[in-house]
Design a protein around this ligand. Structure first.
Ligand code: UD1
Length: 416
């Protein structure tokens, strides 16, 4: 297993190019199940999760070519099953459920188990499919869903669910009649998917608000579309600039998708200004401690909570970080403590007392974003930090060590 080794203390300088968004690319690739003919998707990031969804789609009959630009054709669905082996490595495999039921009338998808950041059930996806007339059963660890033809319905999500909104939006494109998704997720990735579906001929309005209306059509045609930039990758680099007392250009990001973070980072003393192709981000003279609460978009993203906590661990005061989206997303705390951070967890809150500096240590990645927080901590720390189990990072960050190294960090991957 590879590990990442960082000698901390170098301020970051230069420019970084942001890749396509993992969380937009996954549902967009899954949406190819809805059409015959060749879809072309551009700006697909080179990530392990993308390889996993490609493998899953190929197992269902997809023909796929290309990496950054992916051509994908599913003229015939040859299997309706998403196996346990694939779903257990990537929960987002659940995104094939809606498109499969809509196009083929049947789907068998392994029920995702728990994961490092909580129980993460998919009950809301299943309830919505039932509301649309599907017969849903759980058998031997698999979700079995059947519907000759899905019917439009008025859906109320009890909680805002990103992949739930995406799954049901895809299913509703080929349903009979109109579906209304109430309390829908407003994430930019949902809007990206809606735009792709509209390019296929779907009739969707309201994406980006909490009420999305989908008028079913009888069939969709293939399309060509690009994936939006990854706001979480961009945010990770922005926080890194603040933590290392550096100044970088974050190119290719969409500042509109980063407003909650930009505001928070300005409160910490950082300077952030728009430039032609993205944002110029500079550390402030000191790091003011701020409170952070994760909330669905447009609130502060849970996927940047761990990175923000690493930053606040070297702030000049007290910071309360509240996690309201996932119940167990503080796995990074014990690793940050090993680097000298002062953090206490009280229920869904982490109380972070800033320390003057972190010190390098051997650490272990526990999930994707927790691993990113350890990389940031290592970049800012005194001495050497080792991060093992980096396969978690490779799921969601494209060549993270190369991008940081090009910004002047002393970081390398050691193959073991
Ligand atoms: C997506 C993102 C993930 C991000 C998360 C929240 C992808 C591929 N992943 O995950 O990176 O951290 O949004 O922004 O886009 N819930 C239920 N029942 C359900 C569905 C969700 O109780 O049927 C709960 C979850 O346990 C969680 C909350 O709702 O507490 C939000 O989860 P959700 O938005 O569904 O997360 P994902 O779509 O899995």
């Amino acid at each position: 297993m590879d590990k990442i080794v960082i000698k901390g203390g170098n301020p970051l300088h230069g420019s970084v190019q942001i890749s396509g968004a993992k969380n937009a690319a996954l549902p967009v690739l899954a949406s190819a199940l809805l059409t015959e003919g060749t879809n072309t998707f551009q700006n697909i990031p080179d990530l392990v999760d993308i390889k996993t969804i490609k493998k899953l789609l190929i197992s269902m009959g997809a023909e796929i070519e290309g990496e950054q630009t992916v051509k994908i054709k599913v003229d015939k669905i040859t299997s309706h099953t998403a196996s346990y082996d694939l779903v257990k490595t990537m929960r987002a495999s659940i995104l094939v459920l809606g498109p499969l039921v809509a196009r083929a009338g049947v789907a068998r998808v392994s029920l995702p188990g728990g994961c490092a950041i909580g129980a993460r059930p998919v009950n809301l996806h299943l309830k919505a499919l039932e509301d649309m007339g599907a017969h849903v059963e759980l058998k031997n660890g698999y979700i079995e869903a059947k519907a000759k033809k899905l019917k439009g319905a008025n859906i109320y999500f009890d909680l805002t669910t990103v992949t739930g909104t995406e799954n049901i939006m895809m299913a509703a494109t080929l349903a009979q009649g109109t579906t209304v998704l109430n309390n829908a997720a407003r994430e930019p990735e949902v809007v990206n998917l809606a735009d792709v579906l509209k390019g296929m001929g779907a009739k969707i309005s309201g994406a980006g608000t909490d009420v999305i209306t989908i008028e079913g059509v009888t069939s969709l045609k293939p399309t060509k579309a690009a994936i939006i930039p990854d706001r979480i990758e961009a945010g990770t680099f922005m926080i890194a600039a603040g933590m290392t007392r550096g100044e970088i250009n974050v190119n290719g990001c969409n500042p509109n998708h980063l407003e909650a973070l930009i505001n928070k980072l300005r409160d910490t003393g950082m300077k952030i200004t728009p430039i032609k192709n993205g944002l110029k981000v500079s550390a402030g003279k000191k790091i003011n401690s701020v409170d952070v609460k994760t909330i669905p978009y447009p609130g502060f993203p849970t996927d940047l909570q761990a990175q923000m906590m690493a930053y606040m661990s070297i702030g000049n005061g007290l910071s309360v970080i509240s996690e309201t989206v996932f119940e167990n997303r503080f796995m990074h705390v014990s690793e940050l403590l090993r680097m000298g951070a002062d953090i206490v967890i009280q229920g869904g809150n982490a109380i972070v007392r800033g320390v003057p500096r972190l010190r390098g240590a051997q650490t272990m990645a526990t999930d994707l974003r927790a691993s990113a927080s350890l990389v940031l901590a290592g970049l800012a720390a005194e001495g050497t930090t080792e991060i093992s189990r980096v396969y978690h990072i490779d799921r969601g960050y494209e060549t993270i060590e190369k991008k940081f190294s090009a910004l002047g960090a002393d970081i390398k991957r050691v193959r073991q």
